[in-house]
Write a protein that binds this ligand. Structure first.
Ligand code: MN
Ligand code: MN
Length: 459
């Protein structure tokens, strides 16, 4: 009877029961590289710059139109330092399609407003406008660091990083003490902390002078000393506050990884490492690190931008292939994180269909919300193709949905790829506390995400 059951029933298994010692070591080895990349890549700009640095070490060269592309040629295309496309040219013609993996490198954060600096009651603050879907109460009373770029009128761009090094100052958004929070505590979690209330404390010592806004003057003169900027330069700046927590192992068994921005740099790194490890691929392998996913994939650096099509059209042109034919035969893994089932909040999940920590890379046939609204929904044939590939290559994976039906929902870049007439499926790493300042993944699942993308690239 048990044989009959195991033949006929589908049963998910904990990944640790499915791998040997050698692969457990590979998991640890992989995660050292991932944690280092994550710790250094706290903004999409840094994720792109660090990816280029790794790519160069792995033999990639900057793409320019008209360059000779032979099988095995490794190229990268930097889209405005905020998105990146890399490719390894395959042995087959692009007419037979490319294998594409697309992740995003932007994460929820607190952006500074363009008119940001102000003094109130002899304290100095930045006004902010949050980016992406955040639970605002999570972002107060945690150390923050400042990252981004200030574009000057003369065309020069000044990179800003303050607070990343242990000896550098941090910033903070304060919250009310419980003693005086009687009214605040009656508000909902959504209303207790407001968007306009997310003001970042940046200084308190007045400039040794007479007149108004002495603290602001002192702060501005420090910024001027450090970066040569004036208050007007904030108008053309992209500065963001992100959590100042270092990436670290979590748990006594060190089986988990905690860090800011794992959605979706965990998949971005998996794609990069897979692309570096693929040798002489049959079909051209493409890796996308997109921007603006958290705000809808709009804009020149988002996945709805023609930047990707322009790049692919260029590649196709070198082989005399029409891009539309390439797309029709291509396959895309939209590599983005999924929600991991959280035993502390079982009420939002339908356990049979939810990603479990340590059960491997999760595949979502569809995302979206309500009656499958806003999703590309991969075909049964595509899922079957992946089942076969993963089974043949020892990829531990699980099928997943995002929570109970009608509980909420979400999306990824998948639909923007599928809308291009590219067969696309969602695959990614399960995450606990997604979009929080400190997100949690499991080492096992991080590694299996990499292995899944590598397997797809090899085809
Ligand atoms: Mn994501
Ligand atoms: Mn997200």
């Amino acid at each position: 009877m048990d044989d009959l059951r195991s033949n006929l029933f589908y049963e998910k298994k904990n990944g640790y029961d499915l791998i040997g010692t050698e692969e457990r070591l590979a998991v640890e080895d992989y995660c050292v590289g991932y944690m280092d990349y994550l710790n250094r890549s706290r903004m999409e700009r840094e994720a792109v710059i660090n990816a280029i640095e790794l790519a160069k070490k792995n033999g990639f060269v900057e793409y320019h139109f008209g360059m000779e592309l032979k099988p095995g040629t490794k190229i990268y295309y930097n889209n405005r330092s905020k998105a990146l496309i890399l490719a390894v040219i395959g042995k087959k013609s692009l007419a037979e399609g490319a294998v594409i993996a697309g992740a995003h490198v932007d994460s929820p954060r607190i952006d500074l407003k363009q008119v940001t600096l102000y003094e109130q009651d002899e304290m100095c603050y930045f006004k902010t406008h949050y980016y992406g879907g955040i639970k605002k109460y999570q972002w107060v009373t945690i150390p923050l660091e400042l990252h981004g770029a200030v574009a000057l009128k003369n065309g020069e761009v000044v990179d800003v990083v303050i607070g990343r090094e242990p000896n550098e100052p941090k910033f903070i958004i304060t919250d009310l003490l419980p003693h005086l929070a009687k009214d605040q505590m009656t508000k909902t979690l959504a209303e207790g902390i407001t968007g306009e209330g997310l003001n970042i404390l940046i200084g308190s010592a007045p400039y040794a002078d007479e007149g108004k806004d002495r603290v602001k003057l002192a702060v501005m003169s420090i910024l001027n000393d450090m970066y040569g900027i004036t208050e007007e330069d904030f108008l053309s700046a992209e500065l963001s506050a992100v959590p100042a927590f270092d990436v670290s192992e979590i748990g006594l068994d060190r089986s988990l990884i905690g860090g800011y921005g794992q959605d979706d740099r965990v998949c971005a790194y998996a794609e990069l490492k897979a692309l570096f490890d693929v040798t002489d691929p049959e079909r051209t392998c493409v890796c996308i690190l997109a921007d603006k996913e958290e705000t809808g994939s709009d804009g020149v650096t988002g996945m709805q931008s023609a930047a990707f099509d322009c790049f692919m059209e260029d590649l196709c042109a070198t082989q005399g292939v029409a891009m539309r034919h390439c797309y029709a035969n291509s396959f895309c893994v939209s590599a983005d994180v999924s929600n991991a089932f959280d035993p502390l909040y079982p009420e939002v999940s339908e356990k049979r269909s939810e990603s479990m920590i340590n059960y491997g890379v999760s595949i979502c046939k569809f995302t979206g919300s309500r009656g499958k609204g806003g999703t590309s929904d991969a075909s049964a044939e595509l899922v079957a193709y992946l089942r076969r590939l993963f089974a043949e290559n020892g990829v531990v994976w699980q099928m997943a949905e995002l929570g109970k039906v009608d509980q909420g929902g979400g999306g990824t870049i998948a639909k923007y790829m599928a809308n291009r007439n590219i067969d696309t499926i969602d695959a990614g790493t399960p995450v606990l506390s997604m979009h929080a300042p400190f997100e949690v993944t499991s080492k096992f699942d991080c590694y299996m995400t990499y292995k899944a993308v590598l397997t797809a690239y090899k085809g």
